[in-house]
Design a protein around this ligand. Structure first.
Ligand SMILES: [Zn+2]
Length: 430
């Protein structure tokens, strides 16, 4: 009889004995991981200065420290994608005054290298549809001009305006940046600018932008696991993306503490927990940290196309993305698709009063649960809500602005959900 054969019945017994113990999260560990991931050392975990690759090496060491088992060397699953980047100059001058990147303006991720000065032409504030643009301006006379577009003209920044090769859209709220529009470059110059600094008294905008298009950006997902003690050939997956927007030029770094150092740290903490309490791992617990989310769910899509575990044996996937708040409750994307599993979360919450409110959402392909769900794997996306953190996709999504309001509660509901799902693994899909 080998050692494994003696150990297995003992573990089975422990499965039963310890299924009711209360669990210990480690908020200090989670905070230390978020602080590190959000620091300048990782350059916003994007595609400049090897930010995402350095973060992957760091996370690999953390998975190793946690004692997680690996399917591949260093837990790595490599893949690559094309992406436009801004590693150096992103300078914008408004009437000779240099603006602050990330605070005063952002550039569309598809923009190419350009040094040019433009005089400004203003659209009426009331223009809300692209057709009205052409009745106000003559695109043939649009040379060396930049069109100033009101906030209400939907998608002007996102998609550009045909015939207008330079535009700036005014925005009144937070200066959000995205990079998913940077899978290819365009000939247009498109900016978003803070409404407070741009007025009709201004005459000219000069830009000096340098892009670097990377045809084959090397990226990795990380996958660790703890073998299940009852049904090791079935799986429960926690996934979070560790990449973020990186840098828009030398001076604007997007730290991504909430998005998604918070989810990454939570998955590592869960990894520690199940490794330390293997008797709680009824199924094999799989911990996946994916990259390329901000570029368009590329890491999770690659994993589901090239899974290291049989997807049909996955009982459930929980995706954690932006989980550092919680004063206003917890949201469950895909709750309407899996009502029994959503009921389970509600019943745990009613019993233990973790969150003031659990909101059920429908399907939404807005984070890394989506590629799993599209492959028919039951998957929820959980995020916390609360006015205490509204730094989404800004340069101020920093560690010190992340309150970790309901971390203990989040950890409790997640581990209770795993426990109860292990007892009642069959649920309806709508
Ligand atoms: Zn994001």
């Amino acid at each position: 009889m080998n050692q494994k054969k003696i150990l297995f019945p003992i573990l089975l017994l422990l499965c039963v004995l310890f299924s009711q113990i209360t669990v210990a999260q480690d908020i200090d560990y989670v905070k230390s991981i978020v602080r590190k991931l959000g620091s300048p050392r990782f350059h916003g975990r994007g595609y400049v200065k090897n930010g995402d690759a350095d973060a992957a090496r760091f996370l690999s060491k953390e998975m190793k420290k946690a004692g997680l088992a690996a399917y591949t060397p260093n837990y790595f699953q490599p893949y690559s994608f094309a992406i436009n980047t801004f590693p150096s100059r992103v300078n914008v001058m408004l009437d000779g005054k240099r603006l602050k990147p990330g605070k005063d303006f952002v550039v569309h991720p598809s923009v190419q290298t350009r040094q040019k000065s433009y005089s400004l032409i203003w659209l009426d504030d009331t223009v809300s549809h692209i057709n009205s643009v052409y009745s106000q301006i003559d695109t043939n006379a649009f040379i060396d001009k930049m069109l100033v577009v009101p906030e209400g003209l939907k998608n002007a920044y996102k998609n550009g305006i045909p015939g207008v090769d330079a535009l700036v859209q005014r925005v009144s709220g937070n200066m959000w940046w995205h990079v998913s529009g940077g899978r290819k470059t365009s000939g247009y110059v498109i900016l978003k600018m803070n409404d407070k600094i741009l007025s009709r008294d201004n005459h000219a905008i000069a830009i000096d932008i340098e892009n670097k298009f990377i045809e084959k950006h090397e990226a990795v997902n990380l996958i660790g696991y703890v073998e299940g003690c009852k049904q090791p050939d079935s799986f429960f997956v926690f996934v979070a993306h560790y990449d973020h927007l990186g840098q828009m030029g030398k001076h604007a770094m997007f730290p991504g503490a909430s998005d998604n150092a918070s989810g990454t740290a939570t998955v590592l903490d869960l990894g520690h927990f199940y490794q330390d309490h293997p008797e709680k791992a009824y199924y094999t617990m799989v911990f996946i940290l994916v990259s390329g989310e901000e570029a368009g769910l590329l890491g999770s899509t690659f994993f589901t196309e090239n899974p290291l575990i049989p997807l049909e044996k996955v009982k459930f996937v929980i995706n954690l993305d932006m989980v550092g708040a919680g004063s206003e409750g917890l949201s469950v994307v895909n709750a309407l698709q899996y009502p029994d599993a959503a009921d389970l979360i509600d019943s745990i919450n009613n019993e233990k009063h973790y969150f003031s409110d659990i909101r059920r959402g429908g399907e939404s392909c807005n984070s890394d649960h989506c590629p799993f769900y599209q492959k028919g794997v039951p998957a929820f996306f959980l995020f916390t809500r609360g006015a205490e953190n509204h730094e989404y996709h800004t340069i101020t999504d920093t560690y010190d602005r992340l309150p970790f309001t309901a971390y203990q509660q989040l950890f409790g509901i997640l581990t209770d959900f795993v426990d109860r799902l292990s007892q009642k693994p069959n649920y309806r899909k709508n």
